[in-house]
Design a protein. Structure first.
Length: 589
């Protein structure tokens, strides 16, 4: 896909011609646009970023989600996509979660399976949680603290079996570097630094202070799993529900059907409403078909990536359709990871050549224009604490600087480079952006060939496997990243800390292992004062950009179409601007 000029799909160009500026097309929202009566009528553009649209407690009906690929896994302990974190709460209750609410209100952390927030001691090295009383699995058996302990052990310490989620607990639990996980440990003791003194108490002993630990236990990895029912990687076929819905059926690669969990008790759960009779998750649906179904009010696009570029123009130029859209930041960065272990990108000058070469304006255009994101220059997006405006590699009009790029190549001892760039095959805008990057790089003598891989296996089999990327000479990798929780640490840890590098399921695609950055991350998470902690995140951002290990492309924005037949729609910052999936219902047609 090489060319002398940026090659992008006709759909992206058509969308750009139609959309012009986001400020012109979507800014016309007034307070009058807010849906105040919950009657299901058009609430106005961006209404779900300001409040809950079509409020209703009506029960019944079938709610449908559609995905163009397959998720990494429905297993709550073996997933790392934001949309699966969001969806999994329907059948898996973590210790903590996020309060349903618009925008930044959705970042409010609240107890879920736990009765209250964690109680820290020992300066933040020990955290204690009490479970709610009366919580049960779908079969009516009681949920205990031992089930939560086991869930954490299987999801973090058996990386040879379950590698798709983050490995925070492995990194930070006392003795976590030595424990081999429950599949190799045949005793019932498990990891000694997680204690369960009784059936409703769980105590975590860390090897260092972790001031944001409540955020960490909001991950689905703390959703309970009964040891007797665990079948390792095959657990996904028979997940035991602790939430308001349970699996009626699961057809791998096709669909999953959830129905009401009759042993869920609203008295033990102040967050969930259990509105639809049935929830259907359809997989491998054509992206254009998804858009049609969403606009018809019959489905939600599960991944939260929004309408396709080919649909975008018709949506934002039609007043009625535009009134049912939400354009919001998602706490995400679209970037190009530069693989520091693949020569010649093990040299900082070659990495800087890439930084200067890329025409970010053409990349933004390929992604769908300003409506899809603002041109980026830092690792941290503007809506994450620690962000500080900076542009180390600024070029005129963000269109790249070939002369500076060639100077860096010369300093690197190169006049040309041949490499490969990876992208996800089922994400058209990512492919378009990669193609624009290839055209920019070619102008300075960096010849990159596009390699496409499915998103469901992008981290497990391809881009996230260090041996694979080195063998295949993949020096550049397309990436989109959202915070695991709304802090600098929640954003930076899994993409910059050398300790986060995994042999499969790796999200530190640059394979960046800098002792100063690692130390700053450790210092930050142990710092109690918010201002001081955020200043450390700013330092990490600056150091990373000085080392040129990734190219920030755009601060991601998503254009969601709001299905009119569904209720309780609210765009939440907690899950990258997606609609909060916890309490969506079905309205009468």
């Amino acid at each position: 896909m090489e060319g002398k000029a940026p090659i992008m799909r006709r759909s992206a160009l058509a969308a750009m011609a139609a959309i012009g500026s986001v400020s012109l097309l979507l800014a016309g929202c007034s307070k009058a646009d807010d849906n105040k009566d919950g009657n299901g009528k058009s609430a106005g553009a961006n209404a779900a970023t300001k409040g809950v649209v079509n409020v209703s407690d009506k029960k019944g009906g079938t709610l449908t989600y559609e995905l163009s690929d397959v998720p990494d896994s429905f297993d709550p302990g073996n997933t790392y996509y934001a949309y699966m974190y969001n969806l999994s709460r329907l059948y898996a209750r973590p210790l903590m979660t996020f309060q349903p609410g618009a925008g930044q209100k959705g970042n409010t952390l609240v107890p879920d399976l736990a009765a209250s927030k964690g109680v820290p001691s020992d300066g933040g090295k020990t955290w204690t949680y009490k479970l709610r009383t009366g919580v049960k699995y779908e079969d009516g058996t009681p949920i205990t603290s031992k089930d939560v302990k086991y869930a954490v052990e299987r999801s973090n310490f058996a990386r040879d079996v379950l590698s798709l989620g983050p490995n925070y607990f492995q990194q930070f639990m006392a003795g976590g570097d030595k424990y081999k996980g429950p599949y190799k440990d045949k005793s019932d003791k498990g990891l000694s630094s997680i204690e369960t003194p009784d059936d409703t108490t769980i105590v975590f002993h860390l090897k260092q202070a972790f001031q944001e630990f409540d955020y960490l236990v909001a991950a689905p990895q703390t959703a309970p799993v009964p040891k007797a029912k665990d079948t390792g990687v095959d657990y996904v076929k028979h997940i035991v529900s602790s939430g308001s819905y349970k699996f009626q059926s699961y057809e791998e690669g096709k669909q999953a059907v959830l129905v009401r969990n009759e042993n869920w008790d609203a008295k033990t759960d102040p967050l969930r409403k259990q509105l639809p009779d049935k929830i259907v998750v359809k997989l491998k649906v054509n992206p254009e078909t998804i858009d049609k179904d969403v606009l018809a009010g019959n489905a939600i696009e599960l991944a939260g990536t929004g309408v396709q570029a080919s649909t975008q123009a018709q949506v934002i130029t039609d007043a009625a359709k535009k009134a049912n859209t939400d354009n919001t930041y998602g706490g995400r960065l679209v970037y190009l990871a530069i693989n520091t272990t693949v020569a010649p990108f093990d040299k900082v000058e070659c990495r800087k050549a890439v930084q200067y070469a890329i025409d970010k304006f053409s990349v933004q255009t390929a992604e769908g224009g300003p409506i899809r994101g603002e041109i980026a220059s830092t690792v941290l997006p503007p809506d994450i604490p620690g962000y500080s405006k900076s542009d180390v590699y600024a070029t005129k009009d963000n269109k790249g600087d070939a002369a500076k790029a060639k100077d860096q190549l010369k300093a690197c001892g190169k006049s040309s480079i041949s490499t490969n760039i990876s992208a996800r095959s089922d994400r058209p805008q990512e492919i378009d952006a990669a193609t624009a990057i290839i055209a920019s790089l070619k102008k300075v003598g960096i010849n990159a060939t596009l390699k496409q891989y499915p998103s469901g296996k992008y981290f497990t089999d391809y881009a996230g496997v260090p041996k694979f990327t080195k063998k295949q000479n993949i020096g550049l990798e397309m990436m989109q990243w959202g915070a695991d929780w709304p802090s600098g640490y929640g954003f930076l840890q899994q993409i910059l800390n050398g300790k986060a590098i995994s042999q499969s399921g790796n999200t530190n695609l640059s394979q960046y292992d800098n002792k100063d950055v690692n130390a700053l991350l450790g210092k930050a998470i142990g710092t109690q004062d918010d201002t001081e902690r955020n200043s450390l995140y700013t330092q990490i951002d600056k150091k990373t950009m000085d080392d040129a290990v990734l190219v920030p492309l755009t601060y991601f924005k998503v254009l969601l179409a709001r299905p009119q037949n569904y209720t309780n729609l609210v765009s939440t910052a907690a899950f990258s601007g997606q609609y909060d999936y916890l309490n969506i219902g079905v309205a009468s047609k």
